[in-house]
Design a protein around this ligand. Structure first.
Ligand SMILES: Cc1ncc(CN)c(N)n1
Length: 223
């Protein structure tokens, strides 16, 4: 069995629960309160600043030039494509770029990025990919699910761009590239190494769910 199938099987229930999360459903139905979306967009912007560094570290750890180049592309796409989506939303809401960048991460946001950066800095390339893969893969699945379940969701004046960006073939092809790279790198690896990768994938899938909850509930620092 391909390793990515094993990973998907492991987190199936968490991802299904994520698909039912009221924030996610609100994006699809178009009735998510705007304040929740603004909170998400600001938290996600600072998340993406740290997240993009994972791709830079992927380039450093890559063993092939072609792999280095795709990590560089992922870094570029995150900084100039995905984050531009957020900057566009911020402009609509009258939030300046400086205000966006100065957003203080909520505890779960901070814990999530610190976990991934720690793995990326101290672990192998396979560990780095396993830790960041739920971000790309789950967003692609969520947005495709929403586009199928709510056929007019992509046309929503506010949330349509979010759904179109993450369900696009361009975004999907980068997720597939990462999945295939991990499948290739894990061929023939011993079980004790695969178990570590599976644990990273499980942990960041849990963080993904908690991130939706965090922005829905507004879980800021308690003191
Ligand atoms: C929290 C989170 N996870 C994943 C993604 C998709 N790159 C994102 N923008 N934000």
């Amino acid at each position: 069995m391909k390793f990515s199938l094993r990973l998907h099987e492991k987190v199936k229930e968490i991802w299904e629960k994520t698909h039912q999360h009221p924030f996610v459903i609100g994006l699809g139905k178009g009735d998510l309160p705007v304040e929740s979306f603004i909170r998400y967009m600001k938290q996600d912007y600072v998340f993406l600043i740290d997240y993009s560094k994972l791709f830079a570290l992927g380039s450093v750890k890559a063993r092939e030039l072609d792999t280095m180049a795709v990590f560089a592309k992922l870094l570029h796409e995150t900084l100039h494509g995905e984050m531009e989506l957020h900057r566009g939303y911020a402009t609509k809401f009258g939030i300046t770029r400086q205000q966006l960048e100065e957003t203080k991460p909520y505890p779960i946001n901070l814990a999530y990025t610190r976990y991934m950066l720690n793995v990326a800095q101290n672990g192998t390339l396979e560990e780095l990919i396993s830790a960041l893969l739920p971000c790309m893969w789950s967003y692609w699945e969520i947005s495709k699910m929403l586009a199928n379940k709510y056929p007019t969701a992509s046309e929503h004046p506010l949330y349509g761009d979010w759904i179109k960006t993450y369900s696009s073939n361009e975004f999907g092809s980068l997720a597939i590239w990462l999945i295939e790279l991990l499948n290739h790198l894990t061929e023939g690896k011993p079980e004790r190494e695969l178990a570590i990768l599976e644990e990273h994938f499980l942990t960041t899938s849990r963080f993904e769910y908690m991130f939706w909850d965090m922005v829905y509930e507004g879980e800021d620092w308690p003191v």
